[in-house]
Design a protein around this ligand. Structure first.
Ligand code: MN
Ligand code: MN
Length: 417
């Protein structure tokens, strides 16, 4: 664009400015008013304007009562912040299967991606590495994990239900299902754009390296590599591993083993906080020094509430292990949305957006809160108000200073106390 035409465009824009801007502003106000206008509702939704002759997806609606008849306090167009793993494509291999929920499935989830994986007894997730950190929790069965750290020191361990592991970025590793029935686990990566199907695989790399270079690298004849698979193994069936102590001794030969543990036995840890409403275990760099990903494992009793709070230092990625709940996220500007969550769902809350999670089912609600930061942080509504002058808060809320002074001085995480 020439300077002259740029100037013309600028003038035209400025000239049309006031009228256009007034129109936009008026439309904005009209839209907001329309959106917020409260229309009477009936408790059983029988009014003529509440009926729905269909078509409708009855199964999805039954799982999402807060979407069918939104909570009265919801407002505005807040994009969805959940994605069920049940909708992700399963890749089936001889030794198990896997599926993933990334930013490509759930656009809001920019900082973290998740992968579900099942390995048979003997099934191996091929030796590989990736740019992201890998955090994991075992949800069923047992597995053998191996890794070699940046100092070239080996690590081998067996993990069972509830145990975690953390492979730092670029550290090569493997996972293998053990007897009697293999393993099922969740992997969490500190990059929403992560792709489990594009990791650096041992066989894939060697297949794409000239054989004479491999021969020179190991000082052996080229024919040694004749039987290296031509296609990636990814997840494959093979025999069970050797005895744990023997494998640990073998990988430590000449160097001693990796000094930092890459696994964490959650079962040996006391809850960080327990109330009548439930309990929380917080695992971050304080008690699991190698981790670059902070986590909270929350169990909420029926009717329990993960109290109103937000996280000042990171987005929150959630995975629901069991039970039913609902979460409202307030995104400022008068906009809020409530969604229902259940087993196998991924949820996501942006940094500093306030939220709560309520157990709406009749069994325990168990879920993970995951953060792309080594240090867990939250601020609760209760602790904020408890440590602000009561007079000032009451001038905002008119709830009475007595109520404010009675708020517990330490956050509870889960309610009731
Ligand atoms: Mn991995
Ligand atoms: Mn939270």
């Amino acid at each position: 664009m020439s300077d002259e035409s740029a100037e013309f465009t600028r003038r035209k824009f400025l000239g049309a400015g006031s009228a256009a801007m007034l129109a936009v502003a008026t439309a904005g106000v009209a839209a907001a008013q329309q959106e917020e206008k409260k229309v009477p509702r009936s408790p059983d939704h029988h009014l003529p304007n509440e009926t729905d002759p269909g078509p409708k997806n009855a199964a999805i609606e039954a799982e999402n009562p807060s979407a069918v008849w939104g909570v009265d306090t919801d407002a505005g167009q807040v994009p969805p912040f959940k994605y069920p793993f049940a909708m992700a494509r399963k890749r089936l291999e001889s030794g198990g299967w896997t599926r993933q929920v990334t930013v490509r499935e759930l656009p809001i989830s920019k900082s973290i991606a998740g992968v579900e994986m099942r390995l048979t007894a003997g099934g191996v997730r091929e030796l590989h590495w990736h740019v992201s950190s890998e955090w994991a929790i075992m949800l069923y069965g047992k597995a053998r994990i191996t890794a070699v750290d940046a100092q070239g020191k080996g690590f081998v361990s067996d993990v069972g239900e509830g145990d975690l592991w953390l492979f730092p970025p670029g550290v090569p590793h493997s996972i293998q299902g053990l007897g009697p029935d293999g393993a099922r686990f969740l992997l969490v990566f500190d990059d929403g754009n992560f792709n489990e199907f594009e990791t650096f695989l041992l066989t894939d790399w060697l297949t794409h390296t000239p054989r004479e270079v491999l021969a020179k690298n190991f000082a052996v004849p080229g024919a040694t590599f004749e039987r290296v698979p031509k296609k990636e193994l990814f997840i494959f069936q093979t025999g069970l591993p050797g005895e744990l102590k023997q494998e640990q001794a073998q990988v430590a030969e000449g160097t001693s083993g990796a000094p930092a543990r890459m696994d964490f036995k959650t079962s040996t840890m006391k809850p960080t906080k327990a109330t009548r409403g439930g309990e929380v275990k917080i695992i971050d760099a304080k008690n699991f020094p190698i981790t670059t990903i902070a986590s909270a494992i929350v169990t909420l009793k029926p009717g329990g509430l993960r109290e109103l709070h937000w996280h000042p230092n990171a987005d929150e990625w959630q995975y629901f292990i069991g039970g039913k709940g609902r979460m409202t996220v307030f995104v400022a500007g008068g906009h809020a949305r409530t969604m229902d969550m259940e087993e196998g769902d991924v949820g996501y809350v942006l940094q500093s957006n306030p939220h709560y999670i309520e157990n709406t089912g009749n069994t325990d609600l168990v879920f993970l809160e995951m953060f792309r930061t080594p240090h867990y942080q939250d601020i609760s509504l209760a602790e904020w108000l408890a440590h602000t002058p009561a007079l000032l808060v009451d001038q905002h809320l008119n709830v009475g200073e007595q109520m404010l002074k009675a708020i517990p001085k330490e956050e509870s995480l889960n309610l009731p106390l």
